[in-house]
Design a protein around this ligand. Structure first.
Ligand code: ADP
Ligand code: MG
Length: 580
């Protein structure tokens, strides 16, 4: 991917005035820092002249000036540190929000493929690195450029020969730095991968802690973790070794340069071609020139990491949602609830087998239809095409005679309620979770919905009633209780079309009857497609449709299908035998 330069810089735009003042400040601070050795030179020359009284007054004057400069330097640095980081943090916030908003639009198909952990690291770590580059990058370039060039010109004007002698070391220092830069970067990248492994394993183990403990497999997890944890240690040892070697080698080169300056400088003093104050100045400026070269390493890796982070950010930003609104999408108002599948074919991915082929089916407004068939026959898939969780590969799905692709997504999904076997509840209170069905609903409506869902009584028995925190994903509730909350959510939403996908399959008999009761009430007056595993629950359906991998095999009432003695009759007989 070519680096999107324009896009990269566009994020500065809202903060340009602030950021430019940070840069200006960084420039001033560096320029002021450059003055100190010059002032030392001045003092030394005055003192060495021998006229003590004039030397003293000059020392006081210059000392006073130094105090003023120190004040400017530190106030300036405070501004650069504080506001510079703030600009970086603000830009990071903007990028993160943009990414989060974008992620909300991506479709089921995208999340089927992507690992959650990887997406999380993009929205946190990657953007943190990027924010560092956004502010430190330009700040450092200004700072080190000013110092390097300033020191060079000052030294050159004091003594050209000695400056050139010092310069002879720089190609070596530069080459050495670049070589180690590569080595260090490699080590740091390795570090990151290893800490990523540690994170991934902690996440996995903690999410599955209940499974781990129920299998009493703690020791397996611990062994696995220690291996990963030790790999991380090994990789860090390598990094520290490289770092220690690098920094101390650079330090040696600096000392070598200093010694060279001292020997050549002293010889020049003896030959009276250099003043002793100039030698001191030289020694003071050397670090100004070397520091930028030393920092090249750090700055180039920061640049590299930031650029990679931005590329990964853009990669994700450029993913187009597979299911999206058409430009002139219709907004649904009143919905009767007629659903029609016309010659629908569907596959999850181009390289996968089709799940549905040429399925046609029409459900009347208000009809109660059951979908049955072997597991993996495509029942869930068929239903997920109505709210456009996925788009059909061929054919059309229509709601009230309008192609669902022509409808505005939000209004389409607002008219369809789904109750599934897997229930997802958010961390928060019972009230919050029911309100999810309609964020505008008042408390009375929420309680009414809970009553209809057979949930009110158990909620009132919770320690804090409707304001009880349910724990992450509702771990503090039983399966039947969670399901009744999810039903209350749909009561509150009040959609004209309802999909019940094995909503009672995971429940015991007692909770099943409570849930079934509330589901029957929920289905009243709505077009309902119920997917049932236990055939006993759908005997009363107006129409039963048998969907297998070969398509719709039979349809009719329970009695008609039994009399046919086909797929349904077989399924029914099998379950009946099992239950006896
Ligand atoms: P049913 O609900 O009738 O048990 P599904 O609609 O869940 O069947 O599954 C139909 C087929 O599609 C199965 O072979 C299943 O493996 C496959 N399938 C379901 N969901 C996905 C998915 N997200 N990605 C790829 N294949 C899937
Ligand atoms: Mg299913």
């Amino acid at each position: 991917m070519r680096f999107p330069v324009k896009k990269f810089f566009s994020y500065y735009k809202p903060y340009l005035p602030l950021f430019l003042s940070v840069l200006a400040c960084s420039f001033i601070v560096s320029a002021v820092t450059l003055l100190f050795p010059l002032l030392v030179q001045h003092i030394t020359k005055d003192v060495l002249k021998g006229d003590l009284s004039s030397a003293l007054s000059s020392v006081y004057k210059i000392g006073g000036l130094m105090l003023v400069l120190v004040a400017i330097q530190n106030i300036g640095n405070y501004f650069v540190d504080y506001k510079g980081h703030e600009v970086g943090a603000r830009m990071e916030r903007d990028l993160r929000s943009e990414l989060f908003v974008h992620m909300q639009t991506l479709s089921f198909g995208f999340y089927d493929k992507e690992k959650t952990g990887r997406l999380m690291s993009r929205i946190t770590n990657d953007l943190l690195l990027l924010s560092e580059l956004y502010h430190h990058g330009p700040e450092d370039y200004v700072k080190y450029l000013v110092r390097f060039l300033g020191a060079f010109f000052i030294l050159f004007s004091i003594n050209a020969n000695l400056t050139i002698a010092v310069f002879c070391f720089f190609p070596f220092l530069g080459a050495f730095s670049l070589y180690f830069n590569k080595k260090l970067n490699h080590a740091l990248r390795n570090n990151k991968e290893r800490i990523g492994d540690v994170n991934a394993q902690v996440e996995d183990s903690l999410l599955g802690i209940r499974v781990v403990q129920s299998f009493a497999n703690e020791h397996v997890e611990i062994e696995k973790f220690e291996r990963t944890n030790n790999h991380f240690l090994d990789s860090r040892k390598k990094t520290y070794k490289a770092e220690a070697y690098f920094y101390n080698a650079v330090e040696s080169i600096i000392q070598l340069i200093s010694i060279t300056v001292i020997i050549f400088g002293s010889a020049s003093i003896v030959r009276a071609t250099l003043h002793i104050a100039d030698l001191i100045t030289f020694l003071l400026y050397i670090s100004f020139m070397i520091e930028p070269i030393q920092r090249l390493t750090h700055m180039s890796s920061q640049l590299q990491e930031g650029i990679t982070g931005f590329q990964r950010f853009m990669e994700l930003k450029n993913v187009k949602p597979a299911v999206a609104n058409k430009p002139n999408a219709l907004t649904l108002q009143e919905v009767q609830g007629e659903i029609e599948f016309r010659q629908v074919s569907f596959r999850y991915d181009a390289h996968l087998q089709p799940v549905l082929e040429n399925v046609s089916l029409r459900v009347q407004p208000g009809e109660y239809v059951a979908l049955v068939g072997p597991s993996g026959g495509g029942k869930t898939t068929l239903c997920s095409l109505i709210p456009r969780f996925y788009d059909v590969t061929n054919g059309d799905v229509l709601l009230d005679g309008i192609n669902v692709r022509d409808l505005e997504l939000r209004s389409l999904r607002n008219h369809i309620g789904v109750v599934q076997q897997d229930i997802f509840l958010f961390a928060g209170t019972v009230m919050d979770n029911i309100r999810y069905g309609n964020p505008d609903a008042d408390e009375a409506a929420i309680i009414e919905a809970a009553k209809r869902a057979n949930a009110h009584d158990f909620i009132m028995n919770l320690s804090n009633g409707y304001h009880t925190e349910i724990g992450q994903r509702g771990v503090k509730l039983s399966g039947g209780q969670k399901q009744r909350l999810s039903i209350a959510r749909v009561f509150l939403k009040n959609p004209p079309v309802l999909i019940l996908d094995e909503a009672t399959s995971a429940l015991d008999n007692e909770s099943e009857s409570l849930v079934q009761e509330s589901l029957d009430l929920l289905a009243k007056g709505r077009t309902t497609i119920v997917i049932a595993h236990r055939l006993s629950t759908i005997r009363n359906a107006e129409r039963i449709i048998v969907l297998t991998e070969g398509g719709i095999m039979e349809q009719g009432t329970h009695e008609v299908l039994l009399a046919r003695n086909g797929v349904y009759a077989h399924l029914y007989a099998k379950q009946f035998e099992l239950q006896v």
